[in-house]
Ligand binder design. Structure first.
Ligand code: 4AD
Ligand code: MG
Length: 475
């Protein structure tokens, strides 16, 4: 039976027989092999006999896969407590050193690795990132499960545009070259698979609201799709989102839930992925050294995460946020690319100024102008703002977007009319407001932005196994 390298390194016991399987990371002096099986950051050192067959030795190259039977013994070398004295070694899959592009001596760049799908996973950096990503996903489910939420699977294919932003991928089986036409010459979707125009979901929220109106506390955690042409380090066309929706919660309960949630998952990763996070922290520190002094962050990755865990998020309203920006040296010295005035949809540079320069911690902004937010947000009494909340974090900007929902049927339909959202098609959603409506609230947290934040990686493409971005869906 195979033993995981993680378990051997963790126990530090010796004097027993094992089988390990994994990939060669290095081979020194025709005797010492470092093997990694992805179960942890560390490699196990395997010492092979000097009498090992020459034909086998030739095949022990970086990247080759091997199976080793041997005895765990205390290690004399530095860097590890135990190692394996091999009795036999089998090459499972050869790896031609002439063609294998991953030579650990010259560290391949992240951009280069993005193009070589199979290699990415073999590196320390991506091993750490994807183990942390896994832990965070597990912690998400644990957090909601422990609090009695029901995990609701909302559809990937839908006919509605929850955010009303029109950034959707169409789902159709109609022939693109020659689609059936209706009497006005438009595409006749009645002939389509679902008998109507459908798209990939941009959010599971609207469906989750229906669940919350009976189960009280639900959450979704699934893929969402946006056809926005934003080629930035923080946007994906396919990303995962967590959307809790809670009956009887108001905007303050919503903020509390989101803050507890973020702290919980950050704390969980710190507790369960220490080794990976320490590696990623060192990586980030090395990267920071390349930057000019004034652009370096004053906290390391672990310190930053501990800080988030132990400090209250700042809570301000939109008007205060705009005033801070207008008063800022950055604004006065015309450092912002985009102008600032009450009513703007804050750009990433503004959000990052608030969290990185002004407050130096996560900030929850509430009470946004209704014009820049979705139709379902609860209207405040001032007639100008809605009970929206965005959570902004250092290095990322917006991590969470949410709101208290408009539970009053008349207010909701009035707003939909103003925003030209067809109320007849949304009858199934409006029914929740007709039959036993209650105040309720929820939010969406972009999972990859969370992984970015926790791993300290800088490009969102590097925290999802197979990124989907404009002009890129190769693997
Ligand atoms: O702010 P958004 O658009 O909110 C919603 O979709 C609501 N329906 C959520 C709700 O109230 N249930 O998106 C929520 C979060 C953003 O804060 C951001 O973290 C992430 O989803 N996000 C993206 N992440 C990666 N790539 C993109 N293109 C993203 N668009 C949004
Ligand atoms: Mg948003």
């Amino acid at each position: 039976m195979r033993t995981k390298i993680k378990d051997i390194l963790k126990s530090e016991e010796s004097g027993y027989n094992v089988n390990v399987k994994g990939w060669v990371r290095s081979f020194r002096n025709n005797q010492f092999i470092a093997i990694n099986d992805g179960s942890c950051m560390g490699n196990i050192q395997v010492v092979i006999g000097l009498d090992t067959d020459e034909a086998i030795i030739k095949k022990i190259n970086n990247g080759a896969s091997v199976s080793v039977d041997g005895t765990v013994i205390p290690s004399l070398g530095k860097g590890q407590k135990v190692e394996i004295k091999a009795d036999s070694i089998t090459i499972l899959g050869e790896c031609d050193p002439e063609q294998f592009p991953l030579q650990l001596k010259n560290r391949p760049s992240l951009e280069y690795l993005r193009e070589i799908a199979h290699l990415r996973f073999r590196t320390n950096t991506f091993g750490a990132v994807f183990r942390v990503r896994h832990t965070l996903a597990f912690a998400v489910h644990k957090f909601y499960n422990d609090r009695g939420f029901v995990y609701l699977h909302t559809p990937v294919i839908t006919a509605s545009d929850a955010e009303g932003a029109g950034e959707m991928f169409c789902v159709t089986t109609l022939p693109l070259a020659n689609p059936p036409r209706d009497e006005n010459g438009g595409i006749d979707y009645k002939e389509d698979f679902f008998g109507r125009c459908t798209n990939l979901t941009v959010s599971g929220q609207l469906e989750a609201e229906l669940g919350a109106m009976a189960l009280s506390e639900v959450y979704t955690f699934g893929p969402t799709f946006r056809a926005e042409n934003s080629n930035t380090a923080r946007h994906l066309a396919e990303f995962w989102m967590i959307e809790p929706e809670v009956a009887f919660n108001d905007i303050n309960d919503n903020m509390d839930l989101a803050e507890d949630f973020i702290k919980y998952v950050v704390g969980y990763a710190l507790e369960h992925n220490r080794e990976d996070l320490e590696f990623l922290a060192q990586r980030l520190t090395d990267e920071e050294k390349q930057k000019p002094m004034n652009e370096r962050s004053d906290m390391g990755l672990i310190e930053k995460l501990e800080f988030v865990l132990h400090n209250m998020f700042e809570r301000i309203n939109y008007t205060e946020a705009i005033n801070i920006l207008l008063d800022s040296p950055a604004y006065k010295k015309k450092k912002f690319k985009y102008d600032v005035s009450w009513g703007i949809d804050m750009q990433s540079e503004h959000e990052r100024y608030l969290v990185e320069k002004h407050f130096k911690k996560p900030v929850i902004v509430t009470g946004y102008p209704k014009e820049i937010k979705a139709f379902y947000m609860r209207q405040n009494d001032d007639g100008k703002t809605v009970a929206a909340m965005d959570i902004l974090v250092p290095g990322i900007g917006e991590l969470v977007g949410g709101s208290q929902r408009e539970e009053r049927l008349d207010k909701l339909t009035e707003r939909m009319k103003e925003m030209h959202i067809p109320a007849d098609e949304m009858y199934w959603y409006l029914d929740t407001r007709r039959f036993g409506t209650v105040p309720h609230a929820g939010f969406g947290l972009g999972f990859e932005r969370l992984v970015l934040f926790v791993t300290g990686m800088t490009n969102i493409r590097d925290v999802i196994p197979f990124p989907r971005t404009p002009k890129n869906a190769e693997f």
